[in-house]
Write a protein that binds this ligand. Structure first.
Ligand code: AMP
Ligand code: ZN
Length: 475
């Protein structure tokens, strides 16, 4: 398998540092506003990368941070008159809801800056001890010139930055290229105690600290959108490698922007469409399908027609899957295969090969979409041709759709548990609630009867410290 590494600007063979495991860190959002399609594109892309690695048998440890304190949050909180903490908390939960709606698998840890201030301070102290950081009047800065490899990711030229940058009035840094590790508090700002007085962390240091805390001093994948390459990721590398003296991340992956009329979709330009708005009009799978139709590194133009087109294509695929389901009901046991079965089997086999080839080539999701349509076409042709379809080949087609569906996060409506099963779950949950209520009212007889009756039906209730859970048992 090959991945494109921004660090070397080429596709490289993917060999994780530890056998069978991939440790990955994706820069999470700054939580001061709703999630828009640009964010979603980046997180859906990394979700599919993660799902594919898991499909390949790797244990994936995935970490995504929340920037829950920063200039933008403070500014927005001042504008709206909210407490910065509450504002961040609110949008963090909206973000998690949006990701769940979009079927993005949750990270294993979502470290928040405000929960890791001590770790961040320790990290800055180490940089200070090693001579890479200095204290100034308004904060602690990283001295970029001391880190010899600066620019290795973004290939920026230090002299150019110096020419373009200037030291803002009130900034105490020595050189224009230096960046803040710790910002001393201005009146009214959220603040924490530190060896340099009260203040808060700079932006870049959180990712160095929290990624190494959970994934170790060296790990496999670090990702984010293209805009993070410089300065964010460049600065993260400088901090971390200066601190540990080791090469830090093996593969740097970056996603292309969602564009609107030639401009990056962004909060600051105001040209964004939120996930919430989109979900009022389209299903989550349509949004996933739309973003997966382009290579994750390419720009993606957002247009209504584009999404509508994705919707039509996805409907076509759903329609084919539904055709398979209907055909399976009257399919025959295959005592014999004819030419048509051999053809369909061959189409599926080849499509699967193409799918893996595309995904193994830097997760080329756009290319991997093509064989899905090839199977759909082959199935529809088969069903139009044969009077008595054979169960085995249809099952192969269905398994193919299920496999690509699990990787892309599609076709869940078809493959997820049946409606009856989810109704059953809801009813059991309802009974658990009623039983809890009865126990509160000390009506133990009826509460116990509910438990006993469920037990007879093969559903066992267990009271645990986390509340009542239920299990299916063999009766
Ligand atoms: P932010 O909250 O602005 O720090 O962004 C969170 C993540 O979304 C980062 O990885 C950004 O690079 C990414 N991102 C923001 N805007 C876009 C966009 N228009 N297209 C793709 N990714 C984006
Ligand atoms: Zn980051």
């Amino acid at each position: 398998m090959k991945v494109y590494n921004t660090l070397t600007k080429q596709k490289e063979e993917f060999v994780p540092l530890r056998d069978g495991e991939v440790r990955m860190y994706v820069c999470g959002p700054t939580v001061y506003d709703y999630t828009h399609l640009g964010h979603a594109r980046t997180y859906i892309a990394f979700d599919v990368i993660r799902r594919y690695l898991e499909h390949k048998g790797y244990t994936v440890l995935m970490v995504m941070n929340f920037t829950d304190i920063d200039d933008k949050i403070i500014r927005r909180a001042n504008e709206t008159g909210e407490d910065p903490n509450e504002l961040a908390e609110k949008f963090m939960h909206f973000f998690l809801e949006d990701m769940e709606a979009l079927k993005v698998k949750p990270a294993d840890v979502y470290p928040r800056v405000t929960e890791h201030i001590k770790d961040i301070i320790e990290f800055v102290k180490k940089l200070e001890e090693k001579g890479y950081a200095y204290e100034a009047l308004d904060g602690v800065y990283f001295e970029v010139r001391k880190f010899k490899d600066y620019g290795k990711l973004s290939k920026v030229n230090l002299e150019e930055i110096v020419a373009g940058a200037r030291v803002e009035p009130g900034e105490g840094k020595k050189n224009p290229e230096d960046f803040a590790l710790w910002k001393k508090a201005k009146p009214g700002e959220p603040k924490w105690e530190s060896p340099w007085g009260e203040g808060r962390p700079g932006w870049h240091i959180e990712c160095s600290t929290m990624s190494t805390k959970y994934l170790g001093e060296q790990f496999d994948i670090h990702g984010g959108g293209n805009d993070l390459i410089f300065p964010h990721h460049e600065n993260e590398i400088a901090q971390t490698e200066a601190c540990t003296g080791k090469e830090w991340v093996k593969y740097w992956l970056h996603t292309g922007f969602v564009m609107v009329k030639g401009e990056k979709m962004s909060k600051s330009l105001g040209n964004f469409v939120t996930i919430r708005e989109l979900l009022e009009r389209y299903s989550p799978e349509v949004i996933r399908f739309f973003v997966l139709q382009r290579h994750y590194r390419s720009p993606l133009d957002y247009t209504e027609e584009g999404i509508q087109h994705a919707k039509n294509n996805l409907e076509r695929l759903y329609n084919t899957i539904e055709n398979i389901r209907i055909a399976l009901e009257k399919a025959e046991i295959p005592f014999k295969w004819n030419k048509e079965e051999f053809e369909l089997y061959e189409a599926i086999r080849k499509a699967k090969e193409k799918f893996y080839e595309a995904m193994d080539d830097d997760f080329n999701m756009a290319e991997a979409m093509k064989p899905i349509f090839e199977v759909a076409n082959a199935v529809n042709k088969y069903l139009a041709e044969v009077e008595k379809p054979k169960e085995s080949v249809l099952r192969k087609a269905l398994e193919f759709f299920q496999m690509v569906g699990e990787i892309f996060g599609l076709f869940e409506e078809y493959f997820k548990e049946s409606k009856e099963e989810s109704k059953e779950k809801e009813l059991i949950e309802l009974l658990i609630q009623i039983r809890a209520e009865l126990r509160k009212q000390k009506n133990y007889a009826l509460a116990d009867e509910i438990r006993a009756k469920l037990r007879e039906m093969g559903i066992q209730l267990e009271d645990t410290p986390q509340g009542t859970i239920w299990k299916r048992i063999k009766v």
